[in-house]
Ligand binder design. Structure first.
Ligand SMILES: C[S@@+](CC[C@H](N)C(=O)[O-])C[C@H]1O[C@@H](n2cnc3c(N)ncnc32)[C@H](O)[C@@H]1O
Length: 444
């Protein structure tokens, strides 16, 4: 049934298709006969709110409950939740009689546009495929991304087409063609409907991101997590993003006033991240590198000391810039030079915990050991935000599991770690973010 709000059962017509067989949108034309109260137009609102009609009015999604009467602009039809065969409930009949209102049949015309993608697919795919139907898909910009199991592949073109037609704003539907995710966390894919265009423009945290979805990692479901971490950073903080992708932490952080060392081993990610920095006007406050994460952690500690961001002024909005230009005021003073990293972000959940073993060598590098102790001894060691997966689905056991693995990799105990649950990524796998301040023992 389309809606639990209505007693009238409306189901899309069933036309099971064959692989490669025809698919005709006209199959979905359907006439539904209901009853209506023929009212003077001026009394429509009164009757819509009438207590005797409560529970008897038609309430179907995308179907108007009040319709015009042909060639009679003074009359309306208030539709009832009744078919022609149904007896008219006593209160409705009495009300109609008292007010000399005619109860009359009306035909609602439904077509392909009326049904949701799920309803269409349920009525065309073979019955044995309905239970596990692929209704969930992720969207990045104009592109929807499905992950069809083998049994659905003979129907992939139609599944893609229905998803495309039923979701405004989509131009492309792709399907994963294998399940082996690469080191760089993107999947092989094929276009199953629409334009074969995987260059996507997505918007998140008030920033614009352009990238090739077929070559880099992007997950629209992480928007809240990106915003959560960025909200912890202060203007002027120096932040290091070890697995930065195309910049969904780094760029909003820089827009907020942080200075960012952003790294990714995938050259396509860093190519798009650099372009996105330009596009969002933060190229002077995000430094992009293409290194392995362990190497980057060591590099970032030294880079911050030897080559800090200097002469970076607070970012002004376009309104503030034009106000400043008009008033001929001097620009705001540069941000204080930061030689210590305040936050490390590590979002590579499959293996990021293992990369924690890079912190001890990074903070004991012979060439800078004294300087590191001096700077971080007084300024405080950075907070680490490390994403990870666990198969422990109970909170307490998940905490134990993650903290144990983090301590093992770091080679030291953590005094005050906190865990944030991000999302369930598979029936038996959760994603968390562990945050903690690097212990002082890391410098010994
Ligand atoms: C899960 S994605 C996260 C990207 C981004 N931070 C985000 O939230 O969308 C992990 C990123 O780590 C990168 N990566 C994988 N192995 C790496 C390594 N050894 N060193 C540095 N980056 C790596 C991948 O290319 C990918 O962009």
């Amino acid at each position: 049934m389309t809606s639990s709000l209505s007693k009238i059962a409306i189901n899309p017509p069933v036309h099971r298709i064959q692989p490669g067989g025809p698919f005709n949108r006209d199959w979905f034309h359907q006439k539904v006969s209901v009853m209506g109260l023929k009212l003077p137009a001026s009394r429509t609102t009164e009757f819509m709110k009438h207590p005797e009609l409560k529970g008897h009015l038609l309430r179907l999604p995308k179907v108007k409950g009040v319709v015009n009467v042909e060639n009679d602009e003074h009359t309306r039809l208030l539709l009832l939740d009744l078919t022609e065969e149904d007896p008219i409930p006593e209160p409705v009949a009495t009300l109609a009689e008292k007010n000399s209102i005619e109860v009359t049949p009306y035909t609602i015309d439904l077509d392909y546009d009326y049904w949701t993608a799920e309803e269409v697919l349920k009525s065309i795919l073979p019955e044995d495929l309905i239970a596990d139907m692929p209704t969930a898909f992720a969207i990045a910009g104009h592109l929807a991304h499905v992950n069809l199991r083998d049994a659905y592949l003979p129907y992939k073109d139609i599944i893609g087409q229905v998803i495309l037609e039923k979701n405004k704003g989509l131009r492309t539907v792709v399907n994963k063609t294998d399940n082996i995710d690469t080191q760089f966390r993107f999947f092989k894919m094929e276009t199953i409907a629409g334009e074969p265009d995987t260059i996507v423009e997505a918007h998140e945290s008030g920033c614009r991101f352009k990238f090739d979805f077929a070559k880099v990692y992007w997950n629209s479901r992480l928007g809240t997590e990106h915003e959560r971490l960025v909200s912890l950073f202060q203007a002027g903080d120096l932040v290091a993003d070890v697995f930065a992708g195309v910049g969904p932490f780094a760029i909003p952080a820089a827009r907020k006033g942080s200075l960012v060392l952003a790294n990714d081993l995938n050259p396509s990610s860093t190519h798009y991240m650099s372009a996105n920095c330009q596009d969002n006007r933060v190229q002077d406050r995000v430094r992009v590198t293409t290194m392995d994460g362990r190497e980057f952690i060591k590099h970032a500690v030294i880079e911050a000391i030897d080559n800090p961001f200097v002469n970076i002024r607070p970012l002004l909005s376009s309104k503030e810039r034009s106000k400043q230009a008009r008033s001929a005021q001097p620009p705001p003073p540069p941000l204080p030079v930061q030689r210590i990293i305040k936050h490390f972000v590590m979002n590579l959940p499959a293996t990021a915990l293992e990369f924690l073993d890079a912190f001890k060598p990074a903070f004991t590098q012979a060439s800078h050991a004294t300087k590191i102790r001096e700077l971080y001894g007084s300024g405080g060691l950075p907070a680490i935000h490390c994403h990870c997966f666990t198969r422990e689905l109970e909170r307490e056991r998940a905490e134990e599991d993650i903290i144990r693995r983090a301590e093992e990799a770091l080679g030291t105990r953590l005094s005050n770690p906190s865990l944030h649950y991000v999302r369930r990524v598979a029936p038996n796998k959760d994603m968390y973010c562990i945050s903690f301040q690097l212990p002082v023992s890391i410098m010994e």
